[in-house]
Design a protein around this ligand. Structure first.
Ligand code: ATP
Ligand code: MG
Length: 414
């Protein structure tokens, strides 16, 4: 097998695809800015500890999916599988507690060693936000509203559903965990091998098992909602009320538990049925114990991350307005003239393509291929008369334009 292949689960982002990624990131960053979020960028690798400790020793990511290697100095390093742990680390190591509450936006590649399939890569990209230092439910409402707003700005609101759930506080979860383990232990033999393992280490994860037998067993399992103490119930009610007040519709999904150990209270996902099994495009939740667990001051937080590849697959095709100018010399003698004309136009803010070789016919074909809006054709007569021929490639109209009036004439392209 040739080594000149992309590594399994990675892909090149070429042209239109790169442009789609850029558009998603730029839109998200702009909308996030309206909510007071500002961009941060943490390294794409961290000491393995940063992820191993925070994501939970039993999470899928830590047990199966991390790209971990040893440096020459003998330190264990991991390519980041997600963004929150690195940001929490930065919050602590950078002494940012005084500046809380903090609203952070991030974007970039993430790495997980999982089975590649549609919407699931080993290197993929996320945009995400974290709101650190606010304990109240208004923060949950705000970050969910921001997510909904970004999706709407990308014109995806019709393609996604917001699902929410409450995982309750630590106390509620502990009581529920006991009830769940008791129920499932009595039916252990009917569970998948994976769920049997989780029963001891991370029983809540069994709730979002996709295994058909597990699902059957779960039908009559105790429900987390019945175990929320008064405080947790009030918190969840406040989140729901806040969303309703903002006109954000949602469904409650009682089996929505996020894969990571650090979540409590609000958990949410925006899902779609347009992407098959990889239906979650954006997911997040509240992590009030994470920063303290990592050795920082007790600090609540909430955030979400969205997969850019999955969003990109949902994006409606956009026929970008044509704005490119193709500058075409009739013959070799006009090459130099066209080059300086192109330079003048570019400095005036226009996008100009100069075909590098070929006769006029060939260059006109290229102009079509690159979707140019206008072709400017220059022959010896035109050079002599200080004019150029401007052909509108959409309408086919052609007009001789004085060079002095050219910029004015082309202003419709801006
Ligand atoms: P899934 O259930 O699909 O494995 P997850 O719970 O592991 O998702 P998160 O860790 O919450 O995902 O990441 C947030 C988002 O990042 C996901 O909703 C998804 O859009 C995207 N994402 C996660 N893993 C991948 C991947 N391997 N390839 C592409 N996108 C991904
Ligand atoms: Mg996953």
């Amino acid at each position: 097998m040739s080594k000149l292949q992309p590594v399994r689960g990675t892909h090149d982002l070429l042209f239109d695809e790169a442009a789609r990624h850029r558009r998603i990131e730029a839109t998200a960053l702009e909308v996030a800015g309206r909510y007071g979020f500002r961009e941060v960028a943490t390294p794409i690798f961290e000491f393995t500890e940063v992820f191993a400790r925070t994501l939970g020793e039993t999470s899928d990511i830590v047990t199966k999916e991390m790209y971990t290697f040893e440096t020459k100095g003998g330190e264990s390093i991991t390519l980041r599988p997600e963004g929150t742990a690195g940001i929490a680390r930065a919050f602590i190591s950078g002494g940012l507690a005084q500046q809380a509450p903090l609203k952070m936006f991030y974007r970039g590649p993430m790495f997980r060693h999982e089975r590649p399939q549609k919407g699931r890569q080993r290197q993929f990209h996320q945009i995400g936000v974290e709101l650190i230092g606010v304990a109240g439910p208004q923060a949950d409402v705000e970050v969910i509203a921001l997510a909904a707003h970004i999706l709407a700005e990308l014109r995806l609101q019709g393609s996604v559903t917001l699902e929410i759930n409450s995982l309750g506080d630590v106390e509620s979860r502990a009581v529920y965990r006991n009830a769940l383990v008791e129920y499932l232990s009595a039916r252990k033999d009917s569970l998948s091998v994976e769920s049997q393992e989780r029963l001891l280490r991370n029983p809540l994860r069994i709730l979002d098992s996709k295994d058909a037998n597990d699902r059957k067993v779960l039908i009559d399992a105790p429900s987390l909602a019945d175990y929320l103490n008064d405080e947790s119930q009030a918190f969840f009610a406040a989140v729901r009320d806040g969303l309703t007040r903002l006109g954000i519709s949602f469904v409650i999904n009682p089996s929505l538990v996020r894969g990571l150990d650090y979540y409590g209270h609000t958990a949410f996902e925006f899902t779609t049925d347009a992407l098959g099994a990889q239906g979650t495009v954006l997911a997040g939740g509240r992590y009030d114990t994470l920063i303290e667990q990592m050795g920082g001051p007790p600090t609540p937080g909430i955030g979400w991350a969205a997969g850019i590849e999955r969003l990109a697959m949902l994006l409606p095709d956009e026929t970008a307005a044509r704005h490119l100018i193709a500058a075409i010399p009739m013959g070799e003698e006009q090459e130099a003239f066209v080059q300086s004309l192109a330079s003048t136009l570019r400095h005036a803010g226009f996008a100009v393509d100069v075909g590098y070789s070929g006769n006029v016919g060939k260059r006109m074909k290229r102009a079509d291929k690159i979707n140019a809006a206008v072709a400017i054709v220059v022959g010896s007569d035109e050079v002599r008369d200080d004019s150029v021929m401007v052909r509108n490639l959409e309408t086919g109209e052609q007009k001789l334009v004085k060079q002095a009036e050219l910029i004015q004439h082309l202003s419709f392209l801006k």
